[in-house]
Write a protein that binds this ligand. Structure first.
Ligand code: NAP
Length: 279
């Protein structure tokens, strides 16, 4: 029987641990503070932003929210970020992506001070991760490592195959699994014989953005499968990049969608805010 890796439960455990740590900081007169900036009113972004605010409220982190109109200029957004960069009482700055087309996302990510880059997207954070220095780590990959650790799934010496090479999931995931001493292979849309490579994986991490793409032919008997994908199917139900029902008999452990990787992302964001406040 496969172990179902419960991200909802694990994320709650982490949030409860963080709640205690926030309290301890408050006793030292430090109030942890996250600023969340949203430009425009994309409904999916609004859901993500609200979930982040709810998590802050649960843990006791102060959240300041900036809901800016769709036609906010790049200069106005940069001005706001610079103002927040200079406010000592602000520990984390998060700009919800995607941004409207007239704003250069890379430019905005680089404007956030690396000391407040709780999303871990700044080139300095990415660079630190790749050379093994301490810094903010992109929340989704960090959450996946936490899940593996808390379920006592060994990473050292294991064959880990990651499908997807995005800057926010695939690439930082590869760096983190290297840090955990896995042997790492990264696949992408130009990879030849994908199923041959994925079938070697002891740990298969999938972040491609294609509903139910990974079926049993891609999975080794007894593999651990981590599904990062998040989609709504034709019945408006959430599903992942992995065809859960098709692989469940073959895997030793798997993250469901919903309730797997998703909730961990927010827990790790909260953790980054605390680390920033401690620093
Ligand atoms: P992305 O930026 O679109 O990147 C997708 C990656 O998958 C690319 O590297 C692409 O290769 C690769 N790919 C696409 N089709 C492929 C195929 N047929 N075979 C092999 N590789 C293929 O996506 P992302 O931002 O990493 O997100 C991936 C999924 O995770 C999405 O469903 C997203 O909603 C979800 N997500 C969930 C969370 C969470 O918290 N649960 C967080 C982030 C993302 P190329 O580079 O060659 O184009």
């Amino acid at each position: 029987m496969a172990i179902i890796i419960d991200g909802k439960k694990t994320s709650k455990e982490i949030k409860d641990e963080l709640k205690n740590q926030v309290e301890q900081l408050r006793e030292k007169n430090i109030e942890v503070c996250l600023c969340v900036i949203q430009v425009g009113a994309d409904p999916a972004s609004t859901v993500y932003v609200n979930n982040k605010k709810k998590a802050c409220e649960y843990i006791g982190i102060k959240s300041l929210s900036y809901e800016l109109p769709e036609d906010t200029s790049q200069e106005q957004l940069i001005e706001l970020i610079n103002k927040l960069n200079n406010q000592k009482e602000v520990h984390g700055i998060l700009v919800q992506l995607p941004l409207p087309k007239h704003i250069d996302e890379d430019r905005i990510i680089q404007t956030i001070s690396p000391d407040k880059d709780v999303d871990g997207f700044h080139p300095q954070s990415v660079g630190r991760l790749s050379i093994g220095q301490k810094g903010f780590i992109s929340c989704t990959p960090a959450g996946i490592v936490q899940l593996l650790k808390r379920y006592n799934i060994a990473m050292e010496g294991k064959e880990c195959v990651i499908v997807g090479r995005s800057n926010i999931v695939g690439k930082p995931m590869a760096m983190l699994m290297l840090r955990e001493n896995s042997t790492v292979t990264v696949c992408h849309s130009r990879t030849k014989n994908l199923s041959e490579i994925t079938s070697r994986a002891d740990i298969l991490i999938v972040a491609i953005g294609k509903p139910k793409f990974i079926t049993h032919e891609y999975v080794k008997e007894g593999a651990v499968v981590i599904d990062v994908g998040m989609h709504r199917n034709e019945d408006n139900k959430l599903c992942g990049d992995v065809d859960y029902d098709d692989v469940i008999e073959k895997v030793s452990a798997i993250t469901p969608v919903p309730g797997g990787v998703g909730p961990m992302t927010i827990a790790m964001l909260m953790n980054n805010c605390l680390e920033s406040a401690r620093a």
